[in-house]
Design a protein around this ligand. Structure first.
Ligand code: AMP
Ligand code: ZN
Length: 496
């Protein structure tokens, strides 16, 4: 029997500002859309936090027995440098600076995005559509919005008429903003501005002849607005109303507010039942962000090739660090925090290994069934991973008490204990044991061979055979494998 029938999952809906019981539109099925990256640069650790959080949510929904269709787009056109209607397309700008085709930029950073998420052991979404692959659908929906009276054309561009929409709907329903306040807080339009009101947003932008990314449309050559692609791709693959829409909190306004307005204007009803927003990863107390330079790339952590950390950290340790915070809380990245996470991660992996070797008795002095219930209760309470991890530490404590003879466990309970620990650790939190390969790589044989070489070098150093130890290090470096000596032994990284 599917677990969702016996468990009550509650999730925090940003639309109502409360925790609600999750009831999908179609029993047993979940449609989930998450805004994907704009592929004009390498994803930083902040972006990864959002994608890892939704991976955990996707994994838990699947674990409960739901059939999930997870759609996450790739933004490869339409996202302008000011995140609104002004500036250059982020991808065109990068292509111009690097003297490359825009699609070369898109390809390079899409590959990087996939590689990094795979390193973090994220599961791929079921559909990963691109904005440029859905221009025809975007043009069609613009025509509908114009026909329904919520958009107007000016000089080859089409704008969404926010005040017209707000007469019969609530623009601000998600972000809690009021249109009157927005109007009184914005500057007046200058004379060259073609919009009727500053709050109106572009559905289609006229492209100047120098603009490289352009498509023909009924309004002339141009390109679609950024907000529109998500309305089009989510409704195409999940329906006009679907269950869950996710993204970082910074996308709530204007991006998601505009998606609601577009969906209602085009289809006559609200597009999403549950809006989920992840909070920001910060560095030095400031939002991690590419544009301000306040960011870390995952690769810099995995290789240890950076100025701010003492050593390298594995993707699972970084993922564990993220899972120790609730997805709706701000999380600050620091040397101390990641070192503490590493300790916690190792404590749990050790416990899982020890659990397999526990001796069993005729009776149990530990209550495994109610402990397992508490693990589910944590996840059912809006995916509360920090509470879940605290429960997993309780599980580790039980393992240690049984191991040192101060507690006992039956064979059946031992199986339940091992199963619960591994299911939550691996399948739901998406963590891997030390030296485990990711979904699609075959790192295990290399790890074993490297461990052998590292042991030989340690032996050589113990024998003060510096020639051999230096030779091992230098020859590995020449082959692209870097050794890093740390307080708790030697680790290696492979340069790509
Ligand atoms: P972008 O490529 O800028 O559209 O961002 C991709 C995703 O990463 C969006 O869902 C953002 O909300 C999210 N994001 C950006 N910066 C951070 C951050 N510092 N912490 C968490 N999520 C972030
Ligand atoms: Zn989006």
């Amino acid at each position: 029997m599917a677990l969702y029938t016996s468990n009550e999952l509650k999730l925090y809906n940003s639309l109502s500002g409360t925790k609600e019981t999750f009831t999908p539109i179609l029993e047993g099925n979940v449609g989930m859309y998450v805004c994907g990256p704009t592929v004009y640069s390498n994803v930083h650790l902040g972006n990864c936090r959002t994608f890892i959080s939704f991976d955990m949510i996707y994994r838990y929904l699947k674990h409960l027995g739901y059939k999930v269709r997870y759609v996450r787009n790739i933004t490869d056109a339409g996202h302008l440098t000011d995140d609104a209607d002004q500036g250059e397309d982020k991808i065109s700008k990068k292509a111009r600076l690097e003297k490359l085709e825009p699609m070369e930029i898109v390809q390079q950073y899409t590959l990087d995005f996939h590689k990094v998420l795979n390193q973090f052991n994220n599961l791929p979404p079921n559909i990963e559509p691109t904005a440029t692959g859905h221009i025809v659908e975007q043009i069609e929906i613009i025509k509908t919005i114009i026909d329904n009276g919520y958009a107007y054309e000016r000089n080859g561009s089409v704008y969404f008429n926010v005040s017209k929409f707000n007469e019969s709907h609530n623009y601000g329903i998600l972000s809690g903003r009021k249109l009157e306040d927005m109007i009184s807080n914005t500057r007046a339009l200058d004379s060259q501005d073609e919009k009727d009101n500053p709050q109106d947003f572009a559905l289609w932008k006229n492209a100047s002849p120098s603009h490289i990314m352009r498509w023909p449309s009924p309004w002339g050559d141009g390109f679609p607005g950024w907000h529109l692609e998500c309305t089009v791709m989510s409704s195409k693959y999940l329906g006009e109303t679907f269950d869950i829409h996710g993204g970082g909190m910074d996308l709530k306004f204007p991006h998601h507010e505009c998606e609601i307005a577009q969906g209602e204007a085009a289809h006559g009803h609200s597009p999403v039942n549950y809006w989920l927003h992840t909070n920001m990863l910060t560095l030095n107390g400031q939002k991690m962000s590419k544009s301000t330079g306040n960011s870390i790339l995952p690769e810099e952590l995995f290789t240890g090739d950076n100025d701010f950390m003492e050593k390298a950290f594995s993707p699972s340790v970084v993922r564990f660090f993220m899972m120790q915070a609730h997805y709706r809380s701000v999380l600050d990245f620091s040397n101390d925090a990641i070192l503490a996470a590493e300790k916690g991660y190792l404590r749990l992996t050790e416990a899982i290994k020890t659990a397999n070797d526990l001796k069993t008795s005729a009776t149990s002095s530990v209550d495994i069934a109610s402990w397992m219930e508490r693990c589910y209760a944590a996840m059912n309470d809006d995916f509360n991973t920090p509470i879940l991890i605290a429960e997993l530490f309780e599980g580790a404590k039980m393992v240690n008490s049984i191991n040192d003879g101060t507690a006992t466990i039956t064979t059946t309970d031992k199986e339940l204990l091992i199963n619960t620990l591994t299911v939550f650790f691996k399948d739901i939190l998406g963590l891997q044991m030390k030296n485990e390969g990711t979904q699609s790589d075959n790192g295990k044989p290399l790890d074993a061979a490297m461990q052998l070489i590292i042991d030989l070098r340690t032996q050589a150093r113990a024998n003060k055979d510096w020639n051999t130890s230096d030779q091992i290090r230098d020859q590995l470096a020449a082959a692209g494998i870097q050794l890093k000596d740390g307080a708790d032994g030697t680790s290696y990284t492979v340069k790509n």
